[in-house]
Ligand binder design. Structure first.
Ligand code: AMP
Ligand code: MG
Length: 682
């Protein structure tokens, strides 16, 4: 996306009102480029087009100025209604250098052909130009003031106005010649005048169509091109095609006009993951668990969209942004106990004070208590003016309209300061926090009725293997029941995501490919089990490898075989081993944190703790081992068999013992790390 300029060279250091451009792919924007003049911009665009054409990629290139003038102008100027005739007419006559250009003179020349009072107006130069009005007084336009597009786009400027804040006329005059040259040099299609059947498309944009004000600390033009590029690059091909289906053969059109809501929605979408996001450094054979986790943490980012929900409907969701307190908690100083309030601390000894009329209870508007008197006050009541200290009712005797008590008592005793919990405008909860009951209470307490949260992560679960039949169906000899699917679906649900049951597929690539496709249309992540290694019947890894987007992660872990991590149609795929014990362990150790990240949560290692072992084991160096375990009498017991086919052991266990990468000799009493299933959200 390019933000054009009709002016002169803007100097070495980045500034606003220069030319700015930004490249984005799949919702990820690169750094905005500062292009100090049109010749630099033209070179930059040419180099970009060359590189993208060579790489076989398509480029939708947006420019923020009209590609055509209001109806009738092209014919009047060139004898043809063809907008490109205007492009060439201008290209032949515009003289452009970084220091100066002839746009105002040329505008005057055009005006003189049509009576000398329009269509162009505004003169940025000191000297007068014959036929070019400086202001709209005396201005007469033989053509429509606006194109059909500008009639619909609220706030858009007329292309006849050559200067003043927001004007676009100069950009058109100084931009079209550059586009005309690029069009000759490269195979490009210009929207909406031509079929978009070339690798490069030129499209008219207007960032203000959907963007609000730029953040204060950023250069507006840089921010705008970045936002538009990011947004347009997230659009699905179908949506893009719909937005591009426009008929405006002479005047041109503004991309997205009439689809503003859809664009705004798209701009709230997070970027998709790239195809190489699971690539491993070359030469790696067995990756230690901690390194594999660090890689996942680094590579994965949230993939779910954002919506605003009332707090009651937002529980179970993850905060998409930091949220700040609308009101302090407590909003006013108040009393923590039932008792009597007065002003100031009191020294040791007996005190007697007259009791004021009435009382202060929770919910009362704070009144005033005369100095030297005490007031009856009840827990939660805002402190009346003249009260900053409260004495417990149990420590007081009341008689004859007076209270009596023993000092000393400190000033401020038994009261809560305003905002002592959370002050107004403080961050109440940070982005990535999952909203549970406690968080719902806090949000409500600080006056947040609605919060920005991530949409639920949809996780497709798919079992693969010719041997699998559904539990309850007749099983032929050699067949087994699909145990992984019910397990993984429930794990996903308990992790707080939305499981999508994609059933079973036999060891058949075509069927598997179709199923992955169906899953990629509805889910944000696909979990498969089985067929993930490098054997003859390991079709998950074979297919993903064919698609060019898979890495077999050989992780030094037991139980577990390689994890096949890849991308299918832009959706990450976690290929878990088929073995139920390995599938569950890998889903806990690698799948759980990965899902937290994709769902927008904060990365966190599962909380384990050291307990004495109730078992004995010699562990070899070179891999991390997870044993099915539970705590009994304060010691970690492990399941009798480490055999990874023992599904019953998963059920027996309540957590995992994690034995680190290094060798270890464990005897009863040795401290080992125990991670309860609850630490993973199970
Ligand atoms: P694989 O990873 O496909 O080589 O499978 C490894 C082992 O796990 C084989 O013994 C499979 O039969 C078994 N297995 C694969 N998928 C499942 C499943 N969904 N339920 C139970 N066992 C499975
Ligand atoms: Mg298999």
């Amino acid at each position: 996306m390019v933000d054009w300029s009709g002016g002169n060279d803007t100097g070495k250091s980045p500034r606003r009102d220069a030319i700015w451009a930004c490249v984005a792919r799949l919702g990820r924007a690169e750094a905005p480029q500062y292009l100090r003049n049109r010749s630099v911009a033209e070179d930059w665009l040419a180099r970009l087009f060359e590189a993208e054409i060579a790489a076989g990629r398509r480029v939708l290139t947006g420019f923020d100025f009209p590609f055509g003038y209001p109806a009738g102008f092209a014919t009047a100027l060139t004898g043809k209604s063809d907008p490109f005739a205007v492009w060439h007419w201008l290209e032949d006559r515009i003289e452009d250098s970084p220091q100066a250009n002839n746009r105002f003179d040329l505008a005057g020349e055009i005006n003189r052909r049509f009576g000398g009072r329009g269509p162009f107006w505004f003169n940025g130069l000191k000297r007068d130009i014959d036929g070019l009005p400086r202001k709209k007084t005396g201005y007469e336009n033989p053509f429509p003031d606006r194109r059909l597009a500008e009639e619909q786009a609220k706030g858009a400027f007329s292309c006849w106005q050559l200067g003043g804040t927001g004007a676009v006329g100069s950009q058109v005059m100084m931009g079209l010649p550059v586009l005309a040259r690029l069009r000759r040099r490269f195979e490009v299609a210009v929207w909406p005048f031509e079929q978009l059947d070339k690798q490069i498309a030129l499209v008219e944009i207007w960032p203000s169509l959907t963007l609000g004000a730029a953040p204060e600390d950023q250069i507006k033009d840089a921010w705008q091109v970045r936002e538009v590029a990011r947004t347009v690059s997230t659009l699905e091909p179908d949506a893009l095609a719909e937005m591009l289906a426009v008929d405006a053969p002479e005047e041109g059109w503004i991309f997205g006009l009439g689809h503003e809501d859809r664009l705004r929605q798209a701009s709230a979408q997070p970027p998709r993951l790239t195809n190489d996001c699971f690539a491993l450094p070359p030469g790696v054979h067995w990756t230690p668990v901690q390194e594999a986790l660090a890689l996942l943490q680094e590579r994965l980012s949230p993939v779910t969209g954002v919506e605003h929900l009332p707090v009651a409907a937002a529980t179970g969701r993850v905060l998409a942004e930091d949220v700040t307190a609308v009101r302090s908690n407590p909003p006013l100083p108040n009393t923590a106990v039932d008792g009597y309030g007065f002003s100031g601390g009191k020294a040791a000894g007996v005190h007697r004070m007259p009791l004021a009329e009435g009382r202060a209870a929770a919910g009362d508007r704070p009144g005033v208590v005369p100095s030297g008197t005490a007031v009856r006050i009840l827990t939660g009541a805002a402190l009346p003016e003249g009260v900053d200290t409260v004495i417990l009712q149990e420590d007081v005797t009341v008689s004859d309209g007076h209270i009596a008590f023993h000092g000393p008592i400190k000033a401020g005793a038994n009261t809560r300061r305003a905002g002592e919990d959370v002050a107004q405008s403080d961050i109440a909860l940070t982005q990535g926090t999952r909203i549970g009951p406690a968080q719902a209470a806090l949000l409500a307490a600080v006056g947040l009725a609605e919060v920005p949260v991530r949409k639920p992560l949809r996780v497709a679960v798919l079992s693969t293997g010719a041997e699998l039949v559904e539990a309850g169906e007749a099983a032929a000899p050699g067949q087994i029941f699909d145990a992984n699917r019910p397990m993984l679906l429930e794990m996903v649900r308990r992790f707080g995501h939305e499981p999508v049951d994609m059933g079973r597929v036999p060891d058949d690539r075509k069927v598997l490919a179709e199923r992955l496709h169906a899953a990629s249309k509805t889910a944000d992540l696909i979990l498969t089990s089985g067929g993930a290694s490098a054997g003859d019947e390991d079709h998950v890894s074979a297919l993903l490898t064919e698609a060019g987007a898979m890495t077999l992660w050989r992780i030094a872990v037991k139980p577990g075989r390689p994890l096949a991590l890849g991308m299918w149609a832009g959706v990450p795929v976690f290929g878990l081993p088929g073995n139920p014990v390995a599938a569950m362990t890998c889903a806990l150790i690698f799948g759980h944190p990965a899902m937290v990240r994709l769902a927008g949560g904060a990365w966190r290692a599962p909380q384990g703790f050291e307990v004495p072992a109730a078992f004995q084991k010699n562990k070899k160096h070179g891999r991390t081992e997870y044993l099915r375990a539970r705590i009994r009498e304060g010691r970690a017991e492990v399941f009798a068999s480490e055999g990874s086919g023992r599904i019953s052991g998963l059920s027996w266990a309540e957590g995992l013992v994690e034995l680190p990468h290094e060798a270890a000799e464990i005897v009863p009493g040795t401290l080992v790390r125990y991670i309860p299933f609850a630490s993973f959200g199970l």
